[in-house]
Ligand binder design. Structure first.
Ligand code: BGC
Length: 245
């Protein structure tokens, strides 16, 4: 079965058609810049451009970069504050006339990896970490999603949330070398290791394509794997989420 998967991020909105039986992307990947400011109306219009681009008439699965409960945003992450309390499933359905399933973006990426990638058949606690504008996290125990883990929102020593210290956006903004940023990211992973003792950590997001440049700085005992579907995990998992409703 084919589903349109959309991954909404702080800087880009990416979509592709996914075969949810095999977890493969079967179309081109289309990217549109996230509107600024990323208000509900502006994002909904971008979503409509995405469904129009694919001339899509079927169901849509969508990863969203904040806490999602039954389609409603409980926070706004790195998007506009007006998202809090908005039911994104209803909003996008109204704008496009299509049936939407929305889940947290990192939970979506984790679903792809648990079903088809680095986390397949792994027992125990698997943590998916997506590195981008923010730091997203998806937790799975024996393959079962525990929704809305927000590990990027843990507080770091300076009183800011840890994603402000160690995200990929911070690496770019502060023009950090991979060595320097890798050390920061390692601090995040060490903390996760201390408080959760995961059996496996999977890393996703565009920066993992350059894992070779920072892997020497990652010194946690937990096994670390790069997402098999790399930066497409969010799109694939979003499509898969339509089957979990
Ligand atoms: C949000 C998470 C999201 C992550 C990655 C964070 O700012 O709190 O919900 O998964 O960014 O987009």
């Amino acid at each position: 079965m084919e589903v349109l998967g959309i991954d909404i991020g702080g800087s880009g909105i990416k979509g592709a058609i996914v075969n949810i039986k095999t977890g493969e992307i079967i179309s081109e990947r289309h990217r549109i810049k996230t509107p600024e400011p990323a208000t509900p109306l502006a994002v909904a219009e971008t979503i409509k451009s995405m469904t129009d681009f694919f001339n899509w008439k079927g169901v849509v699965g969508c990863g969203f970069p904040t806490i999602i409960s039954k389609g409603t945003c409980k926070a706004h992450g790195n998007l506009h504050a007006d998202w809090v309390g908005v039911n994104a499933e209803d909003l996008f359905a109204k704008t496009t006339g299509l049936d939407f399933t929305i889940i947290n973006d990192a939970d979506a990426a984790g679903l792809a990896e648990i079903n088809f990638g680095a986390g397949k058949d792994v027992k125990g606690l698997v943590i998916m970490v997506t590195i981008g504008t923010g730091i997203g996290s998806g937790a799975f125990f024996n393959g079962q999603l525990l929704p809305n883990f927000e590990l990027g929102r843990l507080f770091y020593l300076d009183g800011n949330i840890i994603e402000k210290f160690a995200s990929d956006a911070t690496r770019k903004r502060e023009d950090l070398s991979f060595k320097k940023w890798g050390k920061r990211f390692n601090k995040f992973l060490k903390h996760i290791n201390t408080i959760l003792s995961p059996d496996l950590i999977i890393l996703g997001g565009g920066v993992v394509e350059k894992f070779d440049k920072f892997k020497a700085k990652i010194k946690v005992k937990t096994p670390i794997l790069v997402a098999k579907s790399q930066n497409n995990a969010g799109i694939i998992g979003a499509a898969l989420a339509t089957t979990t409703r």
